[in-house]
Design a protein around this ligand. Structure first.
Ligand SMILES: [Fe+2]
Length: 309
């Protein structure tokens, strides 16, 4: 744009002054130039895709928070929010049977991503045996996950950091799958006292976590804990894909319907044991409401909250 102002100005009759674009020698009327400038500003603010928004993200930064995708491609594919920054809080794989496109999506689009316990287990080829519940489902879906990912996918999962820090929107973000004390496994609840103890020595304003598959936003002193819930396997009784959006310092927990039966179809067409197929179909269709883990977490936080700096 600076080059335009270095172009020659000529007054040629009643149409007024022209700027010559040096590279092309094409005349550009001043009014046209102003129009183009206004159009460029409009695109930056209301951009039609991320490539337009990103250079001017400081004008209207949208941070998309995703967690616990769990190889549910139909659910991930349904989230079409424009964003400037995407944070993925782990557990890309297991349970769902389409791990590869989910890993590729994260590889291509995530600005930052951390490793979840399921990513770690798949990357390290950990075998799981469970008689019931989600542990059973992990045990039976993991071999299929291993079959359906590439060596590069496995390396990608294994190379994801355990924690990640970033400065965004004038806030210090800490990303971790579970809790700062036990980044991959500690199961937490949306409880101020619990999080006050966990965050005592944590130098961050915004702590982004996943793992519980229950969305919440919790104000803990001068810090904010955000759990966007699960994209691919919600367990709060709402089967819609769950995620969070931070825009202009405001956090919003969001849900979106996706073609659940597409996901269920991949389960029925697999060689999983019949009980596992039935359990997974129920979890996808109901939002996991019947599973015992659901009673461990309260989810009473408001759906929107303003970030503190
Ligand atoms: Fe998970």
């Amino acid at each position: 744009m600076a080059n335009l102002f270095r172009g020659t100005t000529r007054n040629i009759g009643p149409r007024g002054p022209f700027f010559f674009v040096p590279a092309t020698k094409l005349p550009l009327r001043f009014a046209d130039f102003v129009g183009l400038l206004l159009f460029a500003v409009y695109l930056c603010v209301n951009g039609f895709d991320n490539s337009v928004r990103r250079p001017c993200g400081f004008l209207l930064m949208r941070i998309l928070l995703l967690a616990d995708i769990h190889a549910n491609w139909a659910a991930l594919n349904a989230i079409t929010e424009p964003f400037d920054v995407c944070l993925v809080l782990g557990d890309l794989v297991d349970y769902g049977l389409e791990p590869s496109p989910c890993i590729e999506w994260v590889r291509q689009k995530a600005t930052h991503a951390v490793r979840g316990n399921h990513d770690h287990g798949v990357a390290q080829n950990v075998r799981v045996q469970g008689r019931g519940g989600f542990k059973y489902l992990t045990g039976v879906t993991r071999p299929i996950t291993q079959e359906r990912i590439t060596a590069a996918d496995r390396r990608f999962l294994g190379n994801l950091p355990i924690t990640k820090r970033a400065n965004l929107e004038n806030s210090r973000f800490l990303m971790v799958h579970a809790t700062p004390r036990d980044p991959m496994d500690e199961y937490t609840i949306a409880d101020v006292d619990f999080w006050s103890r966990r965050l005592q020595d944590i130098d961050a304003n915004v702590i982004c976590v996943g793992h519980t598959h229950h969305p919440y936003v919790l104000e803990v002193g001068d810090k904010l804990v955000i759990n966007p819930g699960s994209v691919g396997q919600p367990r709060d009784g709402d089967p819609r894909a769950s995620y969070a959006l931070i825009e202009n310092q405001r956090v919003e927990l969001k849900r979106i319907e996706y073609p659940v039966e597409e996901t269920v179809k991949t389960v029925w067409e697999s060689n999983l044991p019949e009980p596992a197929k039935a359990m997974l179909a129920e979890v996808f269709r109901t939002g996991g409401i019947a599973k015992p883990d659901s009673s461990k977490v309260r989810s009473e936080a408001p759906s929107t909250m303003t970030m503190q700096q």
